[in-house]
Design a protein around this ligand. Structure first.
Ligand SMILES: [Zn+2]
Length: 241
């Protein structure tokens, strides 16, 4: 039996005028059994997905992943980035611990799919991810998290543990009134194609991708999740209490 009844997900739509919960259903997946929620952003007219496991209403320290769409990585298994690994690690973690995955349709760090592939084309010619975005006239990162913050409010979450390596995401969420009690890093082992991408993320975008760096904005860090292709479980605790 699937333990989730989607009617168990409580929400208060009145807490947001911008985000509307449109539909809810069970989603059995290879990573676990979730409730999937279809939401619409009434301001930017976009559709997003939210996966929930367990009770989150009025809960503290809810494990939360806010994942921006990466079609090439998430769906096609592109080796140019670590998005798919981070997505899978997050789903497994949420399956085991309960929590929320908010999947935002802001492809290519917010520049859109076509521009992302244009940037890939420039990368084929030798530019790195940051240089390519700048060459196309974009800022390095256009992602926004207003919608995610509204979703957390509607779902009645008191505080979250954020699955991320991205300090800017934490800063933006805090500005939007979200209480983050802990960061849970997601570490993907570099491959020959994304090694440079990960290095640029770390050096130019300030991502905390070295598991030895334990100074994530004053947040206590107890646990790191590592990705290994050979490891089916992919979740292990290091450090910690
Ligand atoms: Zn990606």
């Amino acid at each position: 039996m699937i333990p989730i009844n989607n009617r168990n997900i409580k929400f208060n739509q009145k807490l947001s005028k911008r985000v509307k919960i449109e539909a809810m259903a069970r989603l059995p997946s290879q990573f676990g059994n979730f409730t999937i929620i279809a939401i619409s952003d009434l301001v930017e007219k976009k559709e997003h997905a939210v996966l929930v496991k367990g009770n989150v209403w009025n809960e503290n320290d809810v494990p939360t992943r806010i994942h921006s769409e990466c079609l090439t990585g998430d769906a096609f298994g592109s080796l140019k980035c670590d998005c798919r690994e981070q997505l899978i690690l997050s789903l497994r973690y949420i399956e085991n611990h309960g929590g929320i995955l908010i999947y935002l349709r802001q492809e290519g760090r917010g520049i859109g799919f076509i521009n992302k592939i244009k940037a890939y084309s420039l990368q084929d010619e030798g530019l790195d991810t940051v240089e390519a975005n700048i060459a196309l006239g974009f800022k390095v990162d256009l992602r926004k998290y207003d919608v995610a913050a509204e979703v957390l409010k509607i779902l009645g979450v008191n505080s979250i543990q954020l699955l991320t390596n991205n300090p800017d995401k934490m800063k933006q969420l805090r500005k939007l009134g979200i209480k983050i009690t802990r960061r849970i890093p997601l570490i993907a082992e570099p491959n020959e194609f994304n090694y440079r991408y990960l290095l640029v993320k770390k050096q130019k975008s300030g991502h905390l991708i070295d598991e030895n760096i334990f100074a994530p904005l004053g947040i206590e860090q107890q646990e790191t999740i590592f990705w290994k292709d050979s490891d089916d479980k992919n979740t292990k605790n290091t450090g910690g209490k």
